[in-house]
Design a protein. Structure first.
Length: 380
């Protein structure tokens, strides 16, 4: 049970250690109702310790350290792993018999795999929800254990949510996310509606680490009307937090998180995709045109032109050219976007692409060299 509790806390601050650094938050205290703890002085780090789970000793391990009121160190009451590596950990923070005048330090190893019986291998991204024993949210974090060089490069542009969120609730038309990419730095804006139904807009920046990014958003208010400049300086107000997990250059899992006094309270998950402005065209027609294959293992780039649909099956599509080349892609059933593609010439596979965007595909050639397939803009 001690492992369970430790697991919960470690998860709580997973994102803080996404870059293998410590995250510091204020000290835990019971709230006025005495039902849950406020954010605390907690530090989490990834350790090299082996898991106690016999068949998965290489599972991700964490260490949680911090301070608590004397006689009131926390305990984990349960943990679960579900879906796409989603971790939920429940905790109990004692509120009876505490001595708030004195603080004591604690440091515990967190073995999620041993608690749940589910291996947590390195090289994956773990969304972690930390809740009270009653299920109330305390914190949500993303933790990427993928080596930094294996990150996905998202495309700049407008990203739109799917029709429903992760709980099958509808997402309002007009809600979206804009992402501008400059190296590993992202500028993010989120637009939608507030509680009164009025349009609202938030802005923030984030550094992409591996496949994840966290943007602390702010909203501007009391600025000048667009057509009536008066020289007023807008005021910034604390807004939401956007957690992003990029699945491809044009698809991402996203979580909008609201907090009060540093404690996460609400989280809403949905899928984002960067779609073409021409919604009438299929992904197959979007890939039509001229492309250039650039390889680290070849001196000269090769050009291809695809215009004819060479075939289509369940969840797959193909484009062909007159030179015997075929680009075959596996489609996501929810969005119709390509998740992975392969390029073959006269029946021989030349390259496999696991990063598929509108204007660039990235992957490996049959010789193991890194390759990119780049769209050639049409002449004006």
């Amino acid at each position: 049970m001690r492992h369970l509790h430790t697991t919960w806390n470690a998860a709580k601050y997973l994102f803080v250690l996404a870059c293998l650094t410590a995250g510091i938050l204020p000290t835990w205290h019971a709230n006025a109702a005495g039902l849950w703890p406020e954010p605390a002085n907690l530090r989490v780090r990834v350790t090299n310790a082996a898991s106690a789970l016999a068949h998965a000793t290489d599972s991700v391990m964490f260490e949680l350290a911090g301070t608590a009121a004397l006689h009131c160190a926390p305990d984990v009451t349960g943990a679960a792993v579900s879906g796409a590596n989603d971790v939920e950990i429940r905790m109990h923070w004692p509120i009876i018999g505490c001595n708030p005048a004195r603080a004591t330090g604690f440091a515990v190893a967190v073995d999620v795999a041993a608690v749940t019986g589910v291996a947590l291998p390195r090289g994956r991204v773990y969304p972690v929800s930390i809740r009270t024993a009653d299920g109330d949210l305390l914190a949500f974090r993303l933790f990427d254990t993928t080596p930094m060089h294996r990150g996905i490069q998202p495309e700049s542009g407008f990203w739109w949510p799917t029709a429903n969120d992760a709980l099958a609730s509808p997402v309002s038309v007009g809600t979206g996310v804009g992402i501008e990419v400059q190296g590993s730095q992202l500028a993010v804006n989120v637009f939608g509606f507030d509680d009164s139904g009025a349009a609202t807009w938030y802005f923030g920046t984030a550094q992409q680490i591996g496949r994840v990014a966290t943007a602390q958003l702010v909203g501007l208010q009391q600025g000048d009307p667009l057509l009536a400049p008066m020289g007023r300086q807008p005021q910034a107000r604390a807004g939401l937090r956007l957690e992003l997990l990029f699945l491809s250059p044009t698809m991402a899992r996203a979580w909008l998180v609201s907090d009060v006094d540093g404690r996460d309270q609400l989280v809403r998950e949905f899928m984002l995709s960067r779609r073409t402005f021409d919604l009438r065209g299929s992904f197959t027609t979007q890939l039509a045109g001229r492309w250039v294959l650039v390889s680290d293992g070849e001196a000269a780039p090769r050009q291809f032109q695809w215009w004819a649909q060479a075939g289509r099956g369940e969840g797959r599509t193909q484009l062909g050219g007159s030179d015997g080349s075929v680009l075959e892609c596996r489609l996501d059933p929810a969005t119709g976007a390509a998740m992975a593609c392969s390029l073959s010439v006269n029946g021989v596979v030349e390259a496999e692409f696991d990063q598929v965007g509108f204007d660039r595909l990235g992957g490996r050639g049959n010789d193991g060299a890194a390759v990119q397939l780049l769209r050639v803009p049409p002449p004006h």
